[in-house]
Design a binder for this molecule. Structure first.
Ligand code: PFF
Length: 497
């Protein structure tokens, strides 16, 4: 790549612009929709503790690595990995790390956009007072009316994808920077207002207790949505390693790691800033927002005497019910869904960026940025149709059975639990808990063992020696071992759940 192409890709106007964009990417549905529901499902405080350990020993070093790789390569993740590998005399096949990341990004955005669409619909539902004084059945009917009609969901998904594509098409400074400049402060203000409101509720203390008092039994033993332990035939509690794996997956998901989003943002960053400082800013903002989101949501849940372990519908069932029963609920409910929409939007932008950067760099003659964004947007929109149907309840069996029948294969057994899983949950689980950790693992292994050390030194020139040593130690030994250990334990030792 020559100097002219390099400069035409653009750079953030200031390092603050990078921080805002990366924070915008990190803070998303992951913090405000997913974090609260997984904390609720996996028992609260202990889960948060494990998650924080993973943020420290996995999230932070992986983010530093991604920024470093991106800033060194100055291309899309595919181009960056290939160039850096070849510079070090290694196989060009390292570019598949970039490809794998793009695939993960496509899959994530395809369902992210559907949830984003639901959120948009809920801004209007909340604003029109639809939740006020509703019964649980009434609230469920509102959700069913939305997700039970695929064309409605499809329409919202389409609007969300159009909004996202427009920002990406306008490019770094006119699109991404301008959008996150007002989106991020707005998001913080909204969140603080909501936490203030939650503090005035009587369920606040119970929520604090739930979030911050670790109870490891709740982490390691299977529970139902009300937090009661599930027992096996012999009356014993059932051990599960799934929550630990989910906590690890979430440390990748919430920080947008393992798929090249942060790498491509790093590729627009200048060399005069410290990677460690940038990482610290992003990781702290993301973590604070996740905890604040918990503090905004659980007091509502407990005040309305509802169950915290509802799963993905926590936001769409439990919360509207809670808002509907509270004074000022329509107003604060609307603010809440608006906050969620802003958070989702700025993350969706970053989910698209690696692929758009790749297409407009690799096929520059045919695709300018706007064209690249449009085509990628259309592709992800199409893929999202799967999630639209999945949200309406399609299971793996519904998809495979007709194909098997059509192929004329008889006697296939669909009784296994796997086939009754919702496709939406499968895509979410596989991307967040498997693909992102694997992508991140490949990146740190490359940086730790394959990359030219002069290149690393050049990128790390701004850092203090102790930071560089600590980071190296982590990415060489601690982080990969932690990731592999969680995988190994989940796959081999803990076979249940
Ligand atoms: N970090 C985003 C969230 O917490 O919602 C999700 C995400 C964005 C994941 C970008 C991965 C990514 F590359």
């Amino acid at each position: 790549m020559n100097a002219a192409t390099l400069s035409s890709r653009g750079q953030w106007s200031t390092h603050m612009a990078f921080i805002l964009a990366a924070v915008g990417s990190a803070i998303g549905l992951g913090n405000i929709w997913k974090f609260p529901f997984i904390v609720g499902m996996y028992g609260g405080g202990a889960f948060i503790l494990v998650y924080l350990v993973f943020i420290l020993i996995i999230g932070t070093p992986v983010m530093m690595t991604e920024i470093m790789l991106g800033r060194r390569g100055r291309q899309s993740p595919v181009g960056t990995m290939q160039t850096l590998a070849m510079q070090a005399g290694r196989s060009a096949a390292w570019r598949y790390v970039g490809w794998f990341g793009m695939l993960a990004g496509f899959l994530i955005l395809s369902y992210y956009s559907v949830v984003g669409g639901e959120v948009m619909a809920y801004v209007f539902r909340a604003g029109s007072g639809a939740f006020e004084n509703q019964t649980a059945d009434g609230i469920r009917a509102i959700l069913t009316r939305l997700i039970g009609e695929p064309e409605k969901l499809l329409a919202w998904h389409t609007i969300f994808m159009v909004l996202t594509t427009i920002v990406v098409a306008r490019g770094l400074r006119l699109g991404l920077e301008r959008t996150v400049r007002w989106l991020m402060p707005a998001l913080f203000v909204l969140l603080l207002i909501l936490v203030g409101y939650a503090m005035s509720l009587k369920g606040f203390d119970q929520a604090v207790d739930f979030l911050f008092r670790p109870d490891f039994d709740r982490l390691f033993y299977l529970q139902d949505s009300h937090g009661r332990f599930v027992l096996d035939d012999e009356g014993q509690r059932i051990f599960t390693w799934t929550p630990v794996m989910v906590a690890m997956g979430h440390s990748f998901f919430t920080l947008s790691l393992g798929m090249g989003a942060i790498m491509v943002y790093g590729s627009y960053l200048n060399r005069e800033v410290s990677i460690f400082r940038m990482t610290l800013a992003v990781v702290s903002a993301d973590t604070v927002v996740a905890i604040l989101a918990g503090l905004a949501i659980f007091p509502l849940v407990f005040t309305a005497e509802l169950a915290p372990g509802e799963g993905p519908d926590l936001i769409f069932l439990t919360l509207p019910l809670a808002f509907g029963s509270m004074p000022g609920g329509a107003f604060f409910g609307t603010l809440f869904f608006l906050l969620l929409l802003f958070a989702a939007w700025s993350s969706a932008i970053s989910l698209m960026e690696p692929a758009v950067a790749w297409l407009s760099e690799r096929h520059a003659a045919r695709f300018d940025r706007a064209a690249a964004a449009t085509w990628i947007g259309i592709l992800i929109w199409l893929l999202g149709i799967v999630s639209v149907f999945a949200t309406s309840g399609t299971t793996l069996r519904d998809v495979i059975e007709p194909v098997v029948k059509w192929l004329g294969i008889d006697g296939m057994d669909f009784d296994s639990r796997v086939f009754s899983l919702n496709l939406f949950n499968i895509i979410d689980f596989a991307t967040a808990n498997i693909m992102l950790p694997l992508g991140g693992l490949a990146m740190i292994v490359f940086a730790a063992w394959f990359m030219r050390s002069e290149s690393i030194q050049a990128e790390m020139a701004m850092e203090r020696t102790v930071v560089v040593r600590g980071w190296r130690l982590l990415i060489r030994y601690v982080t990969p071992v932690a990731i592999l250990f969680v995988f190994f334990y989940r796959l081999v030792v803990s076979v249940q759940a």
